[in-house]
Unconditional design. Structure first.
Length: 205
């Protein structure tokens, strides 16, 4: 995204500019609403602003953390709306959704606790939490903990490689590629297990 790179470069030399802090906040939140948006790249840029260009560490850290929590809250509330909407819909579909949500209810809070470390799919955890009837405050508390831990890692990387923006991006992108590969393997394993159980059930009839 050339416009994103240009925006980051323009803001870099304007320490603690209100537009810059707003940009960091909104970008961290938009990633939860529109997962393809490279929110981690912008968070990394915030760390680069601090380590290389003298931005305030507390202000930048608060901006990206608060943005993540705000985005998570929007996803959660959307899940609540979906929960209300699906009531009274097709029973077969509703049973399937209910089965998924029951499984999420067992492990969901722990998935939320590590959501920031899982690229691309983190938003769906909060939608599922809203649909499963989780309480807002505990969900956002875990979202905040996860965001803080992830941002500590990103900012540590920012200080370690403050002068090498391209190297910082390459490290984070490599991590994301590895996580996507692991998620794909996990999804394939779950699908295989589901199909195997379905075939076994059909054969036993």
């Amino acid at each position: 995204m050339e416009w994103l790179e240009a925006t980051i470069e323009w803001l870099a030399g304007r320490p603690d500019h209100p537009l810059g802090l707003a940009f960091l906040f909104l970008s961290a939140g938009i990633e939860y609403v529109c997962p393809p948006f490279p929110g981690d790249t912008v968070t990394l840029a915030g760390a680069w602003f601090v380590g290389r260009h003298g931005w305030s560490l507390p202000l930048v850290f608060i901006a990206v953390t608060a943005g993540s929590v705000a985005g998570a809250a929007l996803d959660f509330l959307f899940g609540r709306k979906l929960h209300a909407w699906r009531e009274g819909k097709d029973r077969k579909t509703d049973r399937a959704v209910a089965a998924v949500l029951r499984g999420f209810s067992r492990w969901g809070i722990w998935l939320i606790a590590v959501n920031r470390f899982l690229p691309g799919i983190r938003a769906f955890f909060f939608v599922a939490a809203g649909m499963a009837g989780f309480r807002l405050v505990p969900v956002l508390a875990m979202a905040c903990v996860s965001a803080v831990l992830w941002n500590v890692v990103i900012f540590a990387l920012g200080f370690y490689a403050a002068k090498e923006w391209d190297r910082m991006k390459a490290i984070v992108q490599s991590y994301e590629y590895v996580m996507w590969a692991l998620l794909a393997i996990g999804a394939a394993a779950i699908l295989w297990r589901f199909l195997r159980r379905r075939r076994a059930a059909a054969e036993s009839r």
